[in-house]
Design a protein around this ligand. Sequence first.
Ligand code: BTN
Length: 228
Amino acid sequence: MCYGDDMKFEKIYFDTLESTNKTASDYPVGSVIIAHKQTGGKGRYGKVWESPVGNLYMSIVLPDYGNKTPDLAFVVAVAMADAFCDFGVRLKWPNDILLDGKKLAGILLERMDDKIIVGIGVNIISAPATNMAYQVTHLQGKMTPEAALDLILNSLSKTLSLFETQGFGAIQGIWKQKAVGIGTHITVNLPNERIQGIFKDLSESGALMLELPDKTIMEITAGVVFLI
Ligand code: BTN
């Protein structure tokens, strides 16, 4: 089934939710769940996503794309780069959104039954002040959460359409133009180790190809990248 151009998003608002991703699993494809605040916002790797009033917390219900579902991490990242293009945002593998090198927004994809939930948090007026492993930032209220939401949905509609008509190669091409760190020395935190090397390229499937000191290439499918 093709959803791209025809995807009609329906916005459903809540004041407070534990997590928009959790609630989204009860809704059909095309639904967008938005909350003014979350009491149990989820980040990647089981981390908490602090969710006070004033920022954007949204989850989009997409269909399962079968073996192409992992590509969605890049599709959504490219849509975010397009949505916030005027701010000059960049992408950090696989799908962190950076402004001036600091994390502005995060994306959490979860498979729930036969649906894919795309959770997006954008720091509009505040960012966590606690000791994060990386620096964070916000838009200083230069845009409302509602305006950011509409930009994201518009961009996602276009980007999904591009993905469906031109394939993952087209998405990767845009992702690489917006990415930080390609060709440079990086550190990657894996679940049980921290490794360093040169970020050579993306593999066909979107894995990070890291050249290790012995010149072998390691393909990384999950991990946290640091640009140092
Ligand atoms: C990350 O760790 O970078 C991903 C953060 C994703 C946060 C968003 S906020 C809306 C949606 N609901 C959640 O519980 N998490 C995502």
